[in-house]
Design a protein around this ligand. Sequence first.
Ligand code: GTP
Ligand code: MG
Length: 136
Amino acid sequence: VEETLVLVKPDGVERNLTGVVLARIEAKGYVIADLKMLVPTRTMLEKHYEEHQGKPFFEPLVEFMSSGPVVAVRLQGNRVIEGFRSLAGSTEPTLAAPGTIRGDFGRDWGTSVQKNLVHGSDSTLSAERELEIWFG
Ligand code: GTP
Ligand code: MG
C-alpha cells in the first residue's frame, strides 16, 4: 500500500489544529500507521528540505520548522500521496481552495515565515526519502 509523510507544522500544533488535521485524514479513510511529536533538528530539516537549499526562503523555513513541536505521521492508503496533497490544498494559504486544510485554516504567510500548517510528500521517491528521515 502507498505511504506518505504528513507533518503538522509548528503553526498547526501551536494553534491546536492537530486534531482537525488528523480528523480529516481519518474521515477520508487513510490509515495512521505511525505518529510522533518532536522538535525537529536542523540536520533533519536540511535533509528534508534539501531541494530548497539555496532558495531565499530556505533559512527562514528551517528556522520556523525548528521553532517548536511538529507532529509527524506515517500515512497509508490508495494514492495517499496525491490524496493528502489534495486535502492540504495549495502551498500558499491565501490561494488554497476552501474545503482544504490550508484553505480553511491557513493565513497569509507574510514575508519571512511559511505558516501553511501541514506538509505532505510530493512523490513516491520523496515519501520514501522523507519517511526515512522522520521515522528511520
Ligand atoms: P510542503 O508540503 O510543505 O512541502 O509544501 P509544498 O510541497 O506545497 O511546497 P514546497 O515543497 O514547494 O515548499 C516547501 C515549503 O516551503 C512550503 O510549504 C512553504 O512553507 C515554503 N515555501 C515554498 N515556496 C515558498 C515561497 O515562494 N516563499 C516562501 N516564503 N515560502 C515558501
Ligand atoms: Mg513540498
